[in-house]
Design a protein around this ligand. Structure first.
Ligand code: PLP
Length: 440
């Protein structure tokens, strides 16, 4: 008998949090680190939302609530979904969770048996792949095409659907690519699902970046397509759009009230309920007329930074950066840089067991952080399966323009520093540097 259950070996992680330890080590060594790794707005939650929570605490609203979520917030979510997706939705189908993340695991636990297949975008939010393997399902990554704004076609999806397909995960706007599916693309995807999947197949539509779309675009949900509301779990929350990451407030709309009850049961078995004062503030975020301008101000700041960062990155030899249409990330292709610095050749010489733990872009990520004080995320942090040969970094643009300029300045220097790479790589492989992040 071993200490840990075997299934723990199948659980992945979110490296954006793990990199925090590497950053702390750099700071302890006296380095200044430009943090472009974490996926959270650099804006604070708005005053009117903060005040709403404080007032609730003062009023003594500090007890357990309905594990499905307080009726007033569920009604506000239902009204928001009806207004923004143009579909009929009522509070009985809504579940309130601690952030957007729990619904991913709830979906896997509720619908997926070992051996079922789950299709998910790759690169994509790493927690998808983590839960798919954890529940013993077969992961079926759906590659996003760099050349077409990191989207995929209905044919790409059709080629991955089999009789064992149980859940199809979509994420638009996308983390980490910033790709946004157009209404036409969504209509084509919905048609394939209607034609090829039985009524028990569920679409998990991760819409957590619904508020953050650029260039006047409008967010589209697959749930709005004919016949799709009854198959789609819409998952979103307050973390990104309302800059409330630390509040831990999210929601999902299930196809039926009965399925919402299953999610409620999962809440009961894990967290019981989301704190009531947080839910009340979340209702204010959705309903207050003050929220719209706050969100717009933040999105327009992200768009301005995006414009600057994309052109600055594209000016660097060996970097190709697509223009993201939403979320707050850029996802440059750094294959040319990996080649020029000699990283691809060095990776080829890494022993096979260590090679499985790293990748060229992970090595570049380690170099950028430990030598130049810029924290980024590598390609494999967004799904490892099928990612071989893809060399990208994700940079969060949720940092001030001043810090972004400093970060890009250092990146430009690092990407020309072949000698610096060689020295770093030698020391990362020495016995005295067993924790070098490039090798983990
Ligand atoms: N889904 C996607 C695509 C995300 O990028 C994130 C957070 O980074 C989440 C879900 C989880 O959000 P939350 O912090 O609300 O749990």
């Amino acid at each position: 008998m071993t200490l840990l259950a075997a299934r723990m070996g199948a659980l992945g992680t979110e490296n954006a949090f793990r990199v925090g330890d590497d950053i702390a080590r750099c700071i302890a060594r006296g380095m200044d680190v430009v943090r472009l790794n974490i996926g959270e707005p650099d804006f604070d939650s708005a005053l009117h939302i903060n005040e709403a929570a404080i007032a609730q605490i003062r009023a003594g609203n500090s007890h357990y609530t309905d594990p499905q979520g307080i009726p007033a917030l569920r009604a506000a979510v239902a009204a928001h979904v009806t207004r923004t997706r143009g579909i009929v939705c009522d509070a009985s189908r809504v579940i309130i969770t601690t952030g957007g993340k729990p619904s991913i695991g709830f979906t896997m636990q509720a619908y997926v048996d070992p051996g079922d297949e789950v299709i998910y975008p790759s690169p994509g939010f790493p927690i998808y792949e983590s839960w798919v393997t954890y529940v013993g399902a077969t992961p079926v990554p759906l590659s996003l095409r760099e050349g077409s704004g990191f989207t995929f076609t209905a044919q790409d999806l059709a080629a991955r659907i089999t009789p064992r397909t149980k859940v199809i995960i979509l994420c638009s706007p996308s983390n980490p690519t910033g790709g946004v599916l157009t209404q036409d693309e969504i209509a084509g995807i919905a048609q394939v699902i209607r034609e090829r999947c039985g009524p028990d197949v569920r679409v998990y539509s991760d819409e957590i970046y619904e508020h953050i779309v650029f260039d006047g675009a409008v967010h589209h949900s697959i749930a709005a397509e004919p016949g799709m509301a009854e198959r789609t779990i819409i998952a979103s929350g307050h973390s990104k759009g309302f800059a409330m990451t630390g509040w831990r407030l999210g929601w999902a709309v299930l196809p039926t009230p009965e399925e919402a009850q299953i999610f409620k049961q999962l809440n009961i078995n894990s967290i019981s309920c989301v704190p009531p004062f947080i839910q009340e503030a979340g209702r204010v975020a959705l309903e207050s007329p003050e929220s719209g301008p706050t969100v717009e101000h933040m999105v327009s700041a992200f768009q301005g930074r995006r414009d600057w960062v994309v052109s600055a990155l594209n000016a660097i030899d060996g970097v190709q950066c697509q223009v993201p249409k939403g979320a707050f990330y850029v996802f440059p292709n750094v294959a040319g840089v990996c080649e020029r610095l000699g990283i691809l050749a060095d990776y080829g010489r890494v022993p096979a067991d260590a090679r499985a733990r790293t990748s060229p872009s992970r090595m570049l990520q380690g170099f950028l952080l430990e030598q130049y004080g810029v924290a980024t995320m590598d390609r494999n942090s967004f799904g490892r399966i099928g990612a071989d040969g893809e060399h990208f970094l994700r940079l969060s643009i949720a940092a001030s323009l001043e810090r972004l300029r400093e970060g890009v300045r250092r990146i430009q220097q690092a990407f020309d520093d072949r000698a610096g790479w060689a020295t770093y790589w030698k020391s990362a492989n020495s016995v005295s540097a067993p924790t070098a992040s490039a090798l983990r």
